[in-house]
Structure formats: C-alpha cells, structure tokens
Design a protein around this ligand. Structure first.
Ligand SMILES: NC(=O)c1ccc[n+]([C@@H]2O[C@H](COP(=O)([O-])OP(=O)(O)OC[C@H]3O[C@@H](n4cnc5c(N)ncnc54)[C@H](O)[C@@H]3O)[C@@H](O)[C@H]2O)c1
Length: 458
C-alpha cells in the first residue's frame, strides 16, 4: 500500500510509543515507524506484552501494528525513508560536569541530530517531541543545516502534554496541541504540515500555533505550574497538621474559586515521575544562565518543598511509631509514582523506602504494576526488603501500612481483615489521602493522613 506520508519517531518510550500509536490509529493514510536503540524495548513493542502499562494502549497497538504502525531498531533506514521525524528520546538531568544536577543532558538528543544528518538525502521536518531547554531548536538547526548536501531541515517544537496513566485519553482528546516553528515562509509551511496531521482528529481550535521558542518554553512552564500547585497545597498541608484545619476541606474551598480551579490540589506525600523535577531544575538552570537568579530561586523552591514533604512523611512515621521503626515490618501500598502506570521514575515511594531502610525497618513493597521496576530501582539493597504482589500478604504481621500510590484497589480492600492480621497497635499512614480514615479508625487503626489531625487510640 502507498502511504501519503512516512512518519518516523526516534525513541520508543512512554511518549514515543503512545503518541505514535495514536497518530497511526487516527491516520491510516500515514505510515508510522517508531525506532529505538533499545532492542529489548522494540521486541516488547512487537510482542503480546508491550513495554509500558497504560489503560487502552494495548488495544490501540493491536489495532495498528503491522497495518501502518511499525516498531524497529533500524534507525538509519527509518531516517532515509521519512518525510517527518519526531524526536522523543530521553532528556534526563545531567549528572556530570557543568550544570550537573540541574541542566538537561542533551547527549542523546545531539546524537540523534547527527544521525539524522548522516542519513538524510532529502529535505525533512524535524519535530522536537522531547521536553527541551528553550532555544534547543537553534542548536539543532545549526547541526543539521551545516551540511554540504543541499538538504534543508526545518526544526519544529511540538511538546507532549500527555499525563502517564491517562495517556491514551489525553492523546485522543487533548486540551490542546502546540506546534511551534520559525516564523519564516518555510517554517510556517512545515508547521502547517504538522498541524494537518493532528487535525485528522483534534479540533482546529485546540491546535495552537506559535513561534518555536514559545512552544519550547511552554512545556517547561506547564510542568513548573503543575508541580507548583502540588507543592503549594503540600506546604499548606503541613500548616493544617499544626492547626486542626483539614487540607481536603481547604483545597475544596479554594478550588471552587473559578480563578483557582479544583484540579491538581490533592495533597500527598509529593509529586514524582520523570518530568516535573527534571523540567523545573532545567528551568532553574536556564534562568541562572540568563542571570535571572530570583526567578531561578522561586522555581527551585517548588522542588525543595517536594523533597521536604517526603522527609516530613518519614519523620512523621518515625515520631508516631515511638521513635523507632528498626526491625518493624512496614508494608508500602504502591510504588508507582501515580496510579494506572507501572512507571516508578522519581516516585516518592523510592525516597520513603530508602529513608525507612536507613532506619532499619523491614519493608514489604506491593503494587499491581510496578514491582518489576521497583526491583530494578532497589537492586542495590541487600537486606530488609521484600516484594509481594498480594496486599493482604504484604500487610500480614506488619506494624504499619504506608499508602504511596493512589491505586483504586487500595481504597477497596477489606481493612477489617487486614487489621486482624497486623501487629498491634496497627498504624496507617495515608500518603495519598485516598482511604476512609474514620472507618479505619473505628476498626482500630491509628490513622495518619496528610494535612489532617491524626486519629489515634493512644
Ligand atoms: N513520560 C512522560 O509522561 C512525558 C510527558 C511529556 C514529555 N516527556 C518528555 O518526552 C521525552 C521522552 O520521555 P519518555 O518518558 O518517553 O522517555 P523514555 O526514557 O521512556 O524513552 C526514551 C527512549 O529513547 C530511546 N533513545 C535514546 N537515544 C536514542 C537514539 N539515539 N536513537 C533511538 N532511540 C534512542 C531510549 O532507548 C528510550 O527508549 C523526554 O524529554 C520527556 O521529558 C515525557
């Protein structure tokens, strides 16, 4: 079959895989190829067990794979055949040299640019899908267009706003799609080409066009604002615990103000995921680079509050369990950074586990999707750690349960049965405020939630 366009995506991760599956599903007239250097990941995409858990994704892949969606490790071939190339490689925080701990590590990004250049014999549109520092497109253009082949590359920014756990839904009906380009004739023409792809299913008024720098900066800013809301309500949760105010009541009361709005006001043990911290630190680094130190400090405090909230959770457990958890069995309910994903990158559960292990607690981790990743994250730990898929077994004989992820199933468990199987006095620390605290208290638990007065029997 002859396809209208050949679309390539470099990077078959949490963004590349789902985004391209949706494009392939909605646009059978295009051939969509997703490539990666990770053979195991590509094999998984081509198997019955795809490498990431996202509600609805399995179905999407089954409907499109082999029809107009292909997963491969043949990047060079993919580049040669492509009209448009989305680049969705990872852009983690730099761990070495200048900017270590804050700046984005662009090595994967730059390698991709050079590979595109080496394998291109015709003009192409390159689309930044990864989250990148503002003005990265300029560096990309310099590398790509410094060629003597007479090949021209138009570099666009089309940041991805999907949220893990609801990626398919977010891709199918996005709040908006953002496409940024140079404001030149060629730039605007390339932008229209990308807009036309999304217009196959996204209403035109939800597709925003902008200059390329605005698009790059909008993604960092969106993540900074989202994380800031979480740190803001979490900072208030600490004050609630001191004053007998209830953080859920405060959040509801302020969220009804249409200028504030109700979403992203759920207090918790903290935000996680691969993006929020990385992107804010990147923003902080960029601000320092431009001499905007006050702006940098402002955004850095969002990350500091998040780290403090996690430390506070550990200290709260310790303080309430008679100042020692050494040798005590503690069941962590959930390890993924949020519900409906198996992703554990920067999960607060990781910091809590390590903090409790330092206090010599015996940790039992349970999670419906994230145990394989949790095992990988904690493979250096030799003692005091067990994994258990059944939450009832995890809680058996435990002194305490700490809810780390808001999986729906944890609100639906038989807590009477759990209580009877635990050491007494039994503690629950609800790091996501998802349980029925009064009911648990009535059963006999000592209940500690975020931003609420404790319910305790002693
Ligand atoms: N995860 C999210 O929810 C999310 C949401 C929006 C934006 N983003 C951004 O999207 C980008 C990708 O994130 P992700 O979560 O999909 O990362 P990921 O680590 O899951 O996937 C990136 C993939 O790129 C591959 N890769 C790296 N270098 C390559 C190369 N030279 N050639 C081919 N493949 C290569 C890696 O092997 C990996 O499989 C990041 O910049 C991230 O900030 C992520």
């Amino acid at each position: 079959m002859k396809f209208e366009k050949n679309i390539l995506c470099i990077g078959a991760g949490y963004v590349g895989g789902p985004t391209m599956s949706m494009i392939a599903f909605k646009c059978p007239q295009y051939k969509v190829t997703v490539v990666d250097i990770n053979q195991a990941r590509i094999d998984a995409w081509n198997s019955d067990v795809i490498p990431i858990y996202e509600p609805g994704l399995d179905d999407l892949v089954k409907k499109t794979r082999g029809r107009n969606l292909f997963f491969s490790t043949e990047t060079d071939k993919g580049i040669r055949e492509a009209d448009l190339i989305f680049v969705s490689v990872n852009t983690p925080t730099k761990t070495f040299g200048q900017g270590a701990g804050k700046a984005a590590d662009l090595q994967y990004w730059e390698k991709t640019a050079r590979q595109i250049l080496a394998n291109s014999d015709s003009d192409k549109i390159i689309i930044e899908k990864s989250t990148l520092p503002v003005r990265t497109a300029e560096a990309m253009e310099r590398i790509l267009n410094a060629n003597s082949k007479g090949v021209h590359f138009e570099v666009l920014s089309n940041p991805e706003f999907l949220a893990e756990g609801s990626a398919v839904q977010d891709l199918e009906a996005p709040d908006r799609v953002l496409v940024g380009s140079r404001e030149t004739t060629e730039g605007i023409a390339a932008r229209r080409t990308v807009v036309d792809i999304y217009a196959n299913w996204v209403p035109r008024n939800r597709i925003i066009e902008s200059n390329v720098w605005s698009a790059e900066l909008s993604k960092l800013t969106a993540n900074a604002f989202l994380a800031q809301r979480i740190s803001s309500i979490n900072s208030i949760s600490a004050l609630c615990e001191k004053t007998e105010a209830d953080v859920d009541e405060v959040a509801y009361a302020i969220g009804t103000d249409s200028r504030i709005g109700p979403r992203f006001l759920k207090s918790s043990v903290g935000f996680g995921g691969s993006c929020f911290q990385k992107d804010i630190l990147n923003l902080v680094y960029i601000c320092h680079t431009y001499g905007l130190h006050e702006v940098a400090d402002y955004w850095e405090s969002v990350v500091k509050i998040n780290q403090w909230q996690q430390r506070r959770f550990i200290l709260n457990m310790l303080g309430n369990m008679f100042n020692t958890v050494a040798g005590k069995r503690i069941a962590l309910f959930g390890f993924a950074f949020k519900a409906n994903t198996g992703d554990t990158r920067e999960s607060p559960a990781l910091a809590i586990t390590r903090g409790l292990l330092e206090e010599r607690a015996d940790i039992i981790i349970t999670d419906p999707q994230a145990i394989p990743h949790a095992k990988e994250d904690l493979k250096d730990v030799k003692h005091g750690l067990t994994f258990e898929s059944d939450p009832y077994q995890a809680a058996k004989g435990a002194h305490a349960i700490a809810v780390m992820t808001e999986w729906k199933l944890y609100a639906e468990l038989d807590y009477q049965r759990i209580f009877e199987s635990m050491q007494q006095p039994a503690f629950i620390f609800d790091g996501r405020n998802v349980l029925d605290h009064r009911k648990l208290f009535k059963i006999g638990f000592n209940v500690f939630a975020i931003g609420k007065m404790p319910l305790k029997h002693f």
